[in-house]
Design a protein around this ligand. Structure first.
Ligand SMILES: [Zn+2]
Length: 361
């Protein structure tokens, strides 16, 4: 069938709308996207800044899109009970053959043979229709179609990071006497959509939470900060006192200089999670004093990427819990809703963007 799709040529980049003849006969489930989200990864691929992105084997185009809320059009009978009319979020990573992949944890793939839809060797979801397998579809509870459910994919990254935190924090008494994180302080570097999502989860844990960037916030983001009760400071202007005493640091910037700056402000037993990547960031130097402080303070520094089915399911719980708790404030995270042919959005990020989505309906 002929399908309209948004394509690039990875890793060189570029973006265009293309009508492609796709054969979905090997897929038991046929789906239609409702919304797809755009993130820094998509723009990185289009700008040719992500050398790890590549086209499917033997093809000269990659269909973009890894954040999707989709509807099942048709499905062969399956043990996952996925059926026509279901609202689902398709998983991004698809397993290779390593043991972690075989147990459903391709997020922890040990040999790099996994693929990621819309990023590495597998077509993404930015097309009028796509075929898939039921084991990679996560059903939205109650088949709800809320726009914010398109945030499930970025929130699953958050769920995975907090799983990592749960594991690492067991090495010492990290909580207060009641087992809560109240009184502990979390700082999230970066005020993009992922930064806000990390901050919301951090507040759920009871951390006193602030997000930080080196610029003042625009009015949409400032209002979200105010409505949710998280803190914000501009680290280019803030005094050193505001930066001190961090128990949990999560980086979404991928900028080594920024991470090192905050590393010096960590409390004993602090945990640093690196999530952002930026292969073109300026280098920064690690000296003996920094290494010494990591040792003396018992710091844990850990990277975290992607998430498994359990994290997608947790993400949907988070999203609906936040909607119940914060109401409309969460919906303000969707800052623009565009048509598929508005491909200029991949080249220029709107100044007030938190999450831009493309509507396929
Ligand atoms: Zn693997």
């Amino acid at each position: 069938m002929i399908v309209r799709s948004i394509v690039t040529d990875a890793p060189q980049g570029g973006v265009q709308i293309e009508s492609r003849d796709m054969d979905y006969s090997s897929f038991p489930v046929i789906l239609k996207p409702i919304l797809t989200g755009i993130c820094g990864t998509d723009r990185g691929i289009v700008n040719g800044a992500l050398p790890f992105a590549y086209n499917p084997h033997g093809e000269n185009r990659l269909i973009l899109g890894h954040e999707s809320l989709s509807m099942v059009i048709s499905a062969e009978p399956n043990q996952y009970n996925i059926k026509a009319g279901d609202i689902v979020v398709p998983m991004v990573r698809r397993p290779g053959k390593c043991l972690n992949c075989l147990i459903g944890r391709s997020d922890n793939c040990s040999d790099g043979q996994k693929h990621e839809a819309g990023v590495t060797g597998l077509h993404g979801f930015m097309r009028d229709e796509f075929g898939d397998f039921p084991e990679y579809l996560v059903r939205v509870p109650g088949n709800r179609k809320d726009d914010i459910a398109v945030l499930t994919e970025p929130v699953k990254n958050v769920e995975k990071v907090f799983e990592v935190l749960d594991i690492i924090s067991r090495r010492s008494i990290f909580t207060d006497s009641s087992g809560a994180y109240d009184g502990k302080r979390a700082v999230i570097i970066g005020t993009g959509s992922e930064g806000f999502l990390f901050a919301l989860k951090s507040m759920d844990y009871g951390f006193s939470t602030g997000i930080t960037n080196r610029h003042p916030l625009d009015s949409t983001k400032a209002k979200l900060v105010e409505d949710t009760g998280m803190g914000f400071y501009d680290y280019a202007r803030a005094g050193i006192r505001e930066e001190n005493g961090i128990d949990l640091l999560i980086d979404t910037s991928g900028d080594p200089g920024t991470v090192l700056r905050f590393l010096g402000r960590m409390n004993n037993n602090g945990i640093v999670v690196l999530f952002g990547t930026n292969g073109k960031a300026q280098p920064a130097q690690v000296d003996g004093e920094i290494l010494g402080s990591i040792v003396e303070k018992n710091l844990s520094i850990v990277g975290s990427v992607d998430g498994a089915r359990i994290h997608y399911e947790g993400a949907l719980q988070d999203i609906y819990q936040w909607k119940a708790h914060y109401g409309k404030a969460i919906e303000t995270m969707i800052t623009a809703r565009l048509r598929p042919d508005d491909t200029g959005i991949f080249l220029k990020k709107p100044a007030d963007e938190i999450k831009t989505v493309i509507s396929w309906e």
